[in-house]
Design a protein around this ligand. Structure first.
Ligand code: ATP
Length: 309
């Protein structure tokens, strides 16, 4: 047909925020990075990223957690993912990126990494590229949590958290998340952990041992056993920067959560429930807690980054 130009077809992809069922942090290496042993679980809190072919790149952020804190220039991780894809593959398209944020920003749930992973699978779809191994390689260059956001499910991470092995797990986990009125910078929490260890004040450190208890509990599908073994080495450091976290954790314990777990470097706190009914009860009790911005019920494990219709 003459005179009509077809509209560019958008591609939408989704990737999920995560909680670390285990986070063991070693000492900082010469490069400043801490070696980790961690068990990631992807949760049903999605970041939805839409790429529309355009004359030039752009980024907008919409949705529940759209805030001024997310950069809209080349520092944006979704745009960084598209740029890295172009560099690696020679594809030369430009895209308008829309990020629908459902993961709290700077909450320790890897929302930015999920944006990068979703953008990667979306741009690969636009470019007609199907080699997932190449995407994993690009993801490794974008950030330590990006390969897991791409993979999803439950995985053991070593190194900087990007050397991943899938973990066998049975059943669904019911989580209540308490997002915080405060934000924490991951870098600052690591620095505080180093200081506390230096002063001999950081205790209960799991460091780099194998998280046998968590892995066995996941394989058995026993929620109470899992609750008994979840652990996060960052907890003390995060609490010392944002004391409200301790209050929220105590309220979750009092409300009867099986486990109370800081998500990554915080400040989001996860409460593990027995089932959906228990999660609803916990959520109601936590709604009124001081320092809690919002209470979100979700389940895990959730899938890795994928294109949606
Ligand atoms: P980290 O991955 O550093 O542990 P986090 O999981 O706590 O962080 P994120 O939501 O990824 O939380 O936010 C970390 C930082 O990255 C914040 O400063 C936030 O503004 C920024 N950020 C969030 N989303 C994006 C994005 N798509 N691109 C770039 N930065 C982002």
């Amino acid at each position: 047909m003459t005179g009509l130009r077809s509209l560019p077809t958008p591609v939408t992809a989704r990737a999920h925020g995560k909680i670390n069922l285990h986070l063991g942090v070693g000492d900082a290496g010469a490069d400043g990075y801490h070696e980790l042993v961690t068990v990631f679980e992807a949760l049903g809190t999605p970041e939805t990223v839409t790429l529309t072919p355009a004359a030039q790149d752009s980024v907008e952020v919409v949705g529940r957690y759209a805030t001024a804190g997310v950069p809209l220039d080349e520092r944006n991780l979704a745009l960084a993912a598209v740029s890295a894809f172009r560099e690696r593959t020679g594809w030369d398209g430009r895209v308008a990126i829309t990020i629908d944020k459902n993961v709290p920003v700077a909450g320790g749930m890897g929302g930015g990494s999920a944006d990068a992973a979703a953008a990667l699978v979306a741009v690969a779809h636009l470019a007609g590229m199907t080699d997932r191994a190449v995407l994993t390689e690009i993801a490794e260059g974008l950030g330590a949590d990006v390969p897991f956001a791409l993979l999803g499910g439950i995985a053991l991470g070593r190194g900087r958290g990007d050397d991943l092995t899938r973990v066998l797990s049975r059943g669904t986990h019911h989580w209540v998340l308490a997002t915080s009125t405060g934000q924490l910078s991951t870098t600052e929490v690591y620095a505080r952990l180093d200081d506390l260890r230096h002063e001999g004040e950081a205790e209960d450190s799991a460091r780099l041992g194998e998280p046998e208890g968590v892995l066995t509990a996941l394989a058995s599908g026993d929620v109470e056993k899992l609750a008994a073994h979840v652990h996060n080495d960052m907890t003390e450091a995060a609490v010392s920067l944002l004391p409200d976290i301790a209050r929220v954790m105590d309220e979750g314990r009092r409300a009867g959560a099986h486990a109370v777990l800081l998500s990554g470097s915080g400040p989001t706190v996860g409460f593990l429930a027995q089932d959906a009914k228990h999660a609803l009860e916990l959520a109601v009790l936590l709604e009124a807690s001081r320092g809690v911005r919002e209470v979100v019920r979700t389940t895990g494990p959730a899938p890795g980054a994928h294109v949606v219709d």
